[in-house]
Design a protein around this ligand. Sequence first.
Ligand code: DQA
Length: 156
Amino acid sequence: MRILVLNGPNLNLLGLREPGIYGSDSYADLEALVRRTGSEVGAEIECFQSNHEGALVDRIQEAYGRCDGIVFNPAAYTHTSIALLDALKAVRIPTVEVHISAVEQREDFRQISYVRAACLATITGEGIAGYAHAIRLLAGYLRTGKTDNTQGEKNA
Ligand code: DQA
């Protein structure tokens, strides 16, 4: 099982960036966490971060036929990008949306998520631990075809 952990703009600055909202762990700490979680659940993990929307679209397209699942924090592109939604819909790879912060408790402009329509679940407000949660949820789904409703918020 191969899972792509995809991160959008400014997430390379984790630790430095608004630590009161995003915490003090760095992007390297996040990579270490997801690799550790991957080995616990028997999944190979690929990590990719970009500040560029098109590079994220390219990476989703490249995952087609290679990756079984995607854990995706599109960061600010969550709230703007139809291109990322369309890419996820095109490849139809099971995807879990993750946000480090509790986006639902933040500004109005963060209340829309375009990618959500192509994601099987959304995890918010758990800090970087949300990525480990997402990997576990996705690995369970890939093994059984089911999401456990007690884990994360299952999308319609
Ligand atoms: C974020 C929330 C987004 O609104 C924001 O633009 C980010 C990070 C999060 O992980 O909480 O860059 O996706």
